[in-house]
Every structure is written in structure tokens, then in C-alpha cells.
Design a binder for this molecule. Sequence first.
Ligand SMILES: [Zn+2]
Length: 86
Amino acid sequence: MNIKKIIKWSIFILFIIYAAWKFLATGNKPSEKLQNINFSNEKEKVASAKKKVQSETYTCPLHYEIIVDEPGICPKCGKTLVPKAD
Ligand SMILES: [Zn+2]
């Protein structure tokens, strides 16, 4: 009976400690997690912005076979190249 009581109490105390530890651990983490999310979002934004710039191609309005990745003039007719719509 006594041992059962001790076991019961130690489990209870362990649970309290565990709950308190978990509460403290999760109490500290959200801000850290949020910062990580913001940071990765910022990184993704930069990456997608870079990707957008890289994926932007230019073409001649008269010669659609001309596709270059930077603004310029068409080597065939000298017309200014326009951004190519995907
Ligand atoms: Zn052209």
C-alpha cells in the first residue's frame, strides 16, 4: 500500500516536472520558430526573386525563335527585344 502510494506520487511528480518542462520548452520555442519561418520566408523571397530575374527571357516581336535572357536588340532585324510571356 505504501509503495503503491510512493509510486503514484512519483509518477504524479514526474508528470508535473514533465509538464512544466514541456511548458517552458514550448514557451521559449515559438518565437525562435517564428524567426526561423520569417528567415526562411525571406530566403525564399530572395530565391524566387532571383529565379524570376533568371527565368525572364526576351524575344523579338517579329522573330519568336530569338530568345535571350537579357534585354537587347534582335540580331535579325535590330528591333528592341521585349520580355517574353511564359
Ligand atoms: Zn527580329
